[in-house]
Design a protein around this ligand. Structure first.
Ligand code: ZN
Length: 493
């Protein structure tokens, strides 16, 4: 096989290696030839030569006996790449000690994410979107997965990454994600969790639940000790746990039996009980885990609803002392049953990361998403202040509508007037929680708004800027996600 330098010299268009804008980390040999990514007319494209070019769609060239294909970054070509280069295919990561979800709503964050994750023994979930996010961004799971595959190929990242069908509620959504090769399913049980039990009278709870001898044996007449801590159920605790979670447990079993246990490849299974207004007590966590175990459901992670508030894109709000005490118990219960705790809405929760690292003993899954979008908007505020001001004002006009989808305590009156802020100070808005949440929850509106002629009001311009400022975004993002990881690791190192 010829060397890459010699190979490049043969390409007539390229006039040699130096003039072609190649992503060096993407150069990979395959059998008799070479495959790599390069930039042509501002677009990333694949160049494929040798016998495998038949696997790709694109434009073929033949010159002096050398044939090659220039292949656009389509779904079919992503499939071909995943087949030929297994490191571009997602793997199951929840069974690793540490994994970190990096929801990339824009499909441009891979470079920054991989830049930082390379320094840690933590497995990234590069493809991680909920159906709500897909709808808000007009994307498909195909696109989300393809962007992740192309970015690991481009950056030469070969350690493995996960793909999470995040917060999926229905069987059809789960089938959709699994059919594409997603390696993790986060089952959102919120529609099967009773949120009204906290306000019920004792009589009501008793009327709605039946306790049999098996339950008494498992929870009331049994000494339950986890890492030296005794969990003591009263009859009311048990009835309440049943009422709140029994349907969610049954639903999880149904999904597990139908999809997860039958899957030919390993699929990580996460149970999410976090998107509800009822905090998960340690007793309830134990009850859910134990019932799942007895029902034969093997989970990899559970996302409880912790005390306090995990609002999007800002630090934890709540009593740190109480959080620490409850986290300690949740982490011990997870260890006891042999799975990891999953922390949702993990963007920017700087005051609790160290505690999470500490009490999980370095076994965790943490999910972020919104913060990656916020860093992209931060780049806009730095590079194009006027564009940022326009978007910011538009976001203010959509704020009320957006609060329908998210629980936030944003006070938009506390956000300074962008017209009175000097260009170089606009970036400081990203230290202001109210401004962060404003931009955070309006992303769908910002990306979808069109003018009278049907053209995107911001989206096209935004992507152009992000492409141009790719390096700045990657650097800012890697620094910011790095701050998350450094604290998590500090907790157990
Ligand atoms: Zn969640």
């Amino acid at each position: 096989m010829i060397s890459f330098k010699d190979f490049i010299k043969q390409l007539p268009e390229t006039k040699g290696y130096e003039t072609l804008n190649i992503y060096k980390a993407s150069i990979n040999p395959f059998q008799d030839s070479w495959v790599f990514l390069f930039v042509q007319e501002n677009q990333d494209k694949l160049l494929v030569s040798g016998r495998i070019q038949n696997e790709f769609e694109g434009e073929s060239f033949v010159d002096d006996g050398l044939s090659y294909k220039i292949a656009p970054l389509t779904h079919a070509n992503a499939n071909a790449l995943r087949l030929l280069f297994p490191f571009t295919k997602p793997i199951s990561v929840l069974d690793k000690p540490r994994s970190f979800g990096l929801g990339d709503r824009l499909g441009i964050a891979g470079k920054g994410h991989l830049q930082i994750i390379n320094n840690y023994d933590c497995y990234p979930v590069l493809a991680q979107q909920s159906i709500r996010e897909l709808n808000m961004t007009n994307r498909s799971y195909e696109d989300v997965l393809d962007k992740a595959s192309f970015s690991v190929f481009r950056e030469g990242y070969k350690k493995g990454f996960g793909a999470d069908g995040d917060h999926l509620k229905t069987a059809s959504d789960i089938e959709y994600a699994l059919s594409l090769g997603f390696t993790m399913i986060t089952l959102d049980c919120s529609e099967h969790i009773r949120d009204d039990v906290l306000n019920m009278s004792v009589e009501q709870i008793i009327r709605l639940t039946n306790i049999n001898s098996s339950l008494i044996g498992k929870y009331l007449n049994k000494e339950i000790i986890i890492e030296g801590i005794e969990l003591k159920f009263t009859e009311l605790d048990l009835r309440r746990a049943m009422l709140v979670y029994q349907n969610a447990i049954d639903y999880s079993k149904k999904i597990y039996d139908k999809y997860i246990s039958k899957s030919k490849t390993k699929v990580g299974f996460e149970i999410s009980i976090d998107e509800t207004s009822t905090p998960t007590t340690a007793l309830e966590h134990y009850f859910v885990a134990n019932e799942l175990l007895l029902a034969g459901v093997k989970i990899d992670t559970i996302a409880p609803r912790f005390c306090g508030e995990f609002q999007k894109g800002i630090d934890y709000i709540g009593d740190l002392f109480q959080f620490e005490n409850e986290l300690k118990l949740h982490a011990a219960i997870a260890r006891h049953f042999g799975y990891k705790l999953s922390i949702h809405s993990g963007s920017d929760k700087f005051s609790i990361f160290e505690l999470i690292g500490k009490y999980t003993k370095g076994h965790f899954h943490v999910k972020t998403a919104g913060t990656n979008w916020l860093e992209a908007m931060k780049v806009v505020s730095i590079c194009n202040p006027n564009m940022y001001r326009r978007i910011h004002k538009y976001a203010l006009s959509k704020f009320n509508d957006a609060t329908k989808f998210y629980h936030v305590t944003t006070d938009i009156n506390k956000i300074p007037d962008v017209d009175l802020i000097a260009d170089e100070c606009l970036v400081d808005l990203f230290k202001n929680n109210d401004a962060r949440q404003l931009i955070h929850i309006t992303y769908g509106y910002i990306l979808n708004e069109k003018d009278e002629s049907g053209k995107y009001l911001f989206k096209t311009e935004l992507y152009k800027l992000w492409k141009k400022e790719e390096k700045l975004y990657a650097d800012e993002l890697s620094k910011h996600i790095g701050n998350h990881l450094a604290l998590l690791y500090k907790g157990f190192n």
